[in-house]
Design a protein around this ligand. Structure first.
Ligand code: NAP
Length: 485
């Protein structure tokens, strides 16, 4: 933190109605790489959350009344400031979350890209005219902002998971309240500081930080003035938040967990597949919702893929994300390490073979070595659960039908990947995978222009792309009569 060029980006308070709001108690934000305290942050609760919802409600009328161009200008200011402060924002992010600085700066650019995208896309909220069944009527469809949007976000992308939602909400004319994860409030608060500098009016973007996830969550999901609730996090928590939203029939969108298959067919470019598996698996120490969770390799290339992949994984450098040359940082907590290790142990006991890793690291309790398991079957714990850590289970398969059935045999449906050079198979498998996003000969699939989201128990709604505004807009139909003379 000493290396920050702009120390005012570190804010230890909630941001409500354009003001920094302190509370009586506070909690400590630590660096997961070494356990050191970064800063104490005011611990907001139910009362502050209610204030934030009121602020968002009060700001809604004037914000939604602005032209799309006016909102776009302010959003673009915000985008520019995020990019100007990319290095500082990246350092704050790495300090509280752990991912290597290059990845953290990549996340800032990725998050900012959604703000830029929706600044433009907000100008293209088109309505419709529909031929009426009677000559004396006209049917016109307009789109209007939903209203106050509330959200809860996770620690694994402390900037981008907020940017993806807030950018679309604000561009649509909605106002916004976010409660970031307890481990990573500083990135959210730095975004608020820059939103203020960008000229985004008081009450339009509010950040409530507090350890009472349940209490704050109940306000955000049940308050009658909140029109829409959007969540990124685990499927289990998402299900209970959906249930809470039922009492006021909120519009809901959910970005939940995943169990991504990564399929390597006999005819694949094996070097490209190894590269794709590396980036889609070991980014953020395996803690992304679109991370490869199960690697299926066809028998004919099993030995070659495993050998090359093992060599690449063995080359990864583990350590504090702020240090040069580090590819894999710490996991978010010792509990997360223990959960992953439990899956590894249970799968070895069930017959999997440990090829690499499978234990902690001298760097500290939050580190887990990049790990590879072979002889895995699709029903082992390491394959049937979302791993959320740096472990690659390799599962052999014989043919296309078998691997499609195994890949789809999960309640999740977020991302999937496959490598082949057969054009017919590209279509068959691309259409056959029951997932919201499919990478074909590609391990990195997310960007602002593309619709991000899942099917099945990975959630609903889409973030980014021309579809991303729909989740923040209502369709209204105007029926004009009395047109005949
Ligand atoms: P999590 O336990 O569901 O937590 C996510 C957020 O919900 C945190 O802010 C957490 O607060 C809060 N929370 C937890 N219990 C709550 C409750 N009862 N009421 C209100 N809020 C509550 O998930 P996580 O372990 O942090 O994140 C990893 C999960 O997120 C994975 O399953 C991953 O796949 C998913 N994810 C999905 C996407 C996507 O786009 N689909 C993207 C990223 C992550 P605290 O911080 O205080 O616990």
């Amino acid at each position: 933190m000493q290396q920050l060029q702009d120390k005012h980006l570190v804010k230890p308070f909630s941001y409500i109605n354009g003001s920094w709001h302190s509370s009586e108690s506070s909690f400590v934000v630590t660096n997961p790489a070494n356990g050191e305290e970064i800063v104490k942050v005011s611990d907001a609760g139910i009362a502050e959350t209610e204030l934030a919802v009121k602020a968002a409600k009060d700001a809604l009328k004037s914000w939604s009344a602005k032209s799309a161009n006016e909102r776009a200008t302010l959003l673009r200011n915000w985008f520019n400031l995020m990019m100007q402060h990319q290095d500082d924002l990246g350092r704050i992010l790495t300090s509280e979350q752990g991912k290597p600085l290059s990845e953290a700066k990549g996340e800032i650019a990725y998050g900012a890209a959604f703000i830029e995208w929706f600044a433009e896309e907000g100008k293209r909220v088109y309505g419709d005219t529909i031929p009426a069944p009677a000559n004396d009527k006209r049917i016109v469809v307009i789109k209007q902002p939903v209203g106050v949007v509330a959200s809860i976000t996770p620690w694994n992308f402390p900037n981008a998971m907020i940017a993806r939602k807030a950018a679309a909400a604000l561009a649509a004319g909605c106002t916004f309240v976010v409660r970031p994860a307890t481990q990573t409030p500083l990135s959210a608060l730095a975004m608020a500081e820059l939103a203020e500098r960008a000229g985004i009016p008081a009450g339009v973007f509010n950040v409530v930080v507090g350890t009472d996830a349940r209490g704050i969550g109940e306000v955000l999901t049940q308050h009658p003035d909140v029109a829409k609730f959007t969540f990124t996090g685990s499927t289990g928590v998402g299900k209970s938040l959906i249930a809470q939203c039922a009492s006021t029939v909120k519009k809901v969108s959910m970005e939940l967990g995943g169990n991504a298959p990564f399929i390597v067919f006999d005819d694949a470019d094996i070097d490209a597949a190894v590269q794709g598996a590396m980036t889609s698996k070991y980014r953020n120490a395996g803690q992304t919702c679109v991370c490869t969770n199960r690697i299926f390799v066809q028998q004919g290339v099993l030995a070659e893929f495993t050998e090359k992949f093992t060599a690449a994984v063995a080359d990864l450098s583990i350590g504090n994300g702020l240090h040069d040359g580090v590819n894999v940082g710490p996991m978010i907590s010792a509990t997360a390490v223990a959960d992953v290790d439990k899956l590894v142990r249970a799968s070895i006991a069930a017959g999997a073979t440990l090829v690499l890793g499978g234990e902690g690291h001298a760097q500290g309790n939050n580190f887990y070595l990049p790990t590879i398991l072979t002889n895995v079957t699709n029903d082992m714990p390491i394959a049937s659960n979302e791993i959320f850590g740096p472990v690659s289970p390799i599962i052999p398969f014989a043919d296309e039908d078998e691997v499609l059935a195994m890949a789809n045999d999960t309640e999740y449906g977020l991302a999937a990947y496959f490598y082949t050079r057969d054009i017919g198979r590209v279509w068959r498998v691309g259409e056959g995978l029951e997932f919201g996003m499919v990478g074909i000969n590609e391990g990195i699939i997310s960007n602002a222009a593309a619709p991000f989201g899942g099917v099945k128990q990975s959630g609903n709604g889409r973030e980014g792309s021309k579809y991303g505004l729909d989740d923040y807009m209502e369709i209204k139909y105007l029926c004009m009569g009395g047109i005949d003379k």
